[in-house]
Design a binder for this molecule. Structure first.
Ligand code: PLP
Length: 432
């Protein structure tokens, strides 16, 4: 065990996840590559943890932050006007497509979701929430309650009496062999039954959902499901919150916000991870009347501070001026098609899915067809040995998750695809 790992184990709680049997320390980065303390270089197909949306050492972001640092003001107080905060809010409000949108900035996705829940529950004078099975929304008191998988919950408290919908979970026998249209109908029927008998719709503030489940293994509801849900919710005035922490900013290629695949405009959207390209910033954008309705005034001490909003403005401007959404679509198509072709010969690969630069591979035991977390762990290590960093997760821990920087070049897309397929082939060859 390295000295740093031993020191980490001594002072950091044991449940803090570390990748790899020998965890690495990343000490440098440029473009889509990082270097560890042993001098090894890796192509980062997880963009940190979807945080380095533009990759590493991006001049535009560095210079914007340096300009702010040069003023001597890293932070004073959000009690004063902050130009970068207003400018960033204006851009995000416009991009949201929500009319009269307002934006509140936080430091993380968890806080963003807390704010969205507070706003929705206040607006509706309600105390209950609908969420999705196998969702992940954060590790604060409210967000663990709406996280739909016990193993990802930092506690089992639930102040809302959360009700979980099926939409992204097709494991139950009754749902398994349905077409997308039949599945959507069945899910809607389930929602209607819930609202007719199990709970009083007036008590429900919102449905919160990730358009593609991140920690859940990049699991996708069939396109149109959330529109079908929203039609039912609208009958009761229940609000819809789209958690875009992983799916926002064009990552899915086809749309700027993941929820647009469902052809709806949500009431509120939350974001975090990539916006600061590594600087901590999150927030909620949504209907002004709903966000204004949070009772009591106040601030977030650091939310929307000058440094994080300088980074956010520079990152967002870069995404838009370089049309990284189109790049995500082009590079994602190359990789997903390549993975699908390779999967035809790989007995341990059970599924390849994704959109744009958000794609996943499920590993399963070839003799039983059951999810194989141990094979995914091996593939994670095999990719690292080949110089490729990827993520792992999913409902059974058997999913490799990839979300490279949106600045990935087509050459890097092909290179990463080659390394990943090679790693998968090695695991496949070892498995009988
Ligand atoms: N929502 C989603 C979809 C996430 O994936 C995450 C984090 O992984 C969060 C919310 C919580 O964000 P944070 O870790 O910044 O609090």
């Amino acid at each position: 065990m390295s000295d740093l790992l031993a020191r980490h184990r001594a002072v950091i709680p044991s449940w803090v996840a570390l990748n790899y049997s020998e965890p690495i320390e990343i000490i440098g980065g440029k473009g889509c590559r990082v270097t560890d303390s042993q001098g090894r270089s890796y192509l980062d197909f997880f963009a940190g943890i979807l945080t380095n949306m533009l990759g590493y050492d991006v001049a535009e972001v560095r210079e914007a932050v340096e300009r702010q640092l040069a003023t001597g003001i890293y932070h004073t107080s959000t009690l004063y006007l902050i130009r970068g905060q207003v400018e960033l809010a204006e851009k995000i409000a416009k991009l949201s497509g929500i009319s009269g949108a307002k934006v509140f900035f936080t430091n993380s996705g968890s806080e963003a979701n807390e704010t969205a829940l507070a706003a929705a529950l206040s607006a509706r004078k309600a105390n209950q929430v609908l969420a999705m099975r196998n969702s992940y929304h954060g590790r604060t008191f409210g967000t663990v309650a709406i996280t739909g998988n016990a193993s990802w919950k930092a506690s089992s408290n639930d102040p809302f009496g959360t009700h979980y919908l099926h939409g992204t979970d097709r494991q139950l026998p009754a749902y398994r062999n349905l077409s997308d249209a039949e599945f959507i109908d069945a899910c809607v029927e389930d929602l209607r039954a819930l609202l007719a008998a199990a709970i009083h719709p007036a008590d429900v503030g919102a449905l919160i959902a990730e358009p593609i489940q991140g920690v859940g293994g990049f699991t996708m509801a069939p396109d149109g499901l959330f529109r079908a849900y929203k039609e039912v919710l609208d009958e009761h005035g229940i609000l819809f919150i789209s958690d875009e922490v992983q799916t926002g900013w064009g990552r899915t290629g086809e749309h700027f916000w993941g929820i647009q695949a469902h052809r709806i405009t949500p009431d509120l959207m939350t974001f975090a991870k990539g916006l600061g390209n590594g600087f901590a910033i999150g927030g909620v954008v949504g209907r002004g009347d709903v966000l204004d309705g949070i009772r009591g005034n106040g601030i977030s001490t650091f939310g929307g501070n000058p440094i994080s909003t300088a980074a956010g403005n520079a990152t967002l401007d870069y995404v838009l001026s370089h049309d990284l959404q189109a790049n995500a679509a082009a590079c994602g198509d190359i990789i997903i098609a390549g993975l699908r072709t390779a999967a035809n010969e790989l007995k341990t690969v059970a599924d390849v899915r994704g959109k744009g630069l958000m794609f996943a591979v499920d590993l399963a035991d070839p003799s039983t067809g059951k999810p194989a977390p141990a094979l995914a762990a091996k593939a994670l290590e095999a990719a690292k040995e080949r110089g490729l960093l990827v993520g792992k997760g999913g409902l059974y821990g058997s999913t490799l998750r990839m979300a490279p920087p949106l600045t990935l070049s087509e050459a890097e897309a092909r290179e990463g695809l080659g390394l990943l397929v090679d790693a998968l082939r090695a695991v496949d060859a070892e498995t009988t």
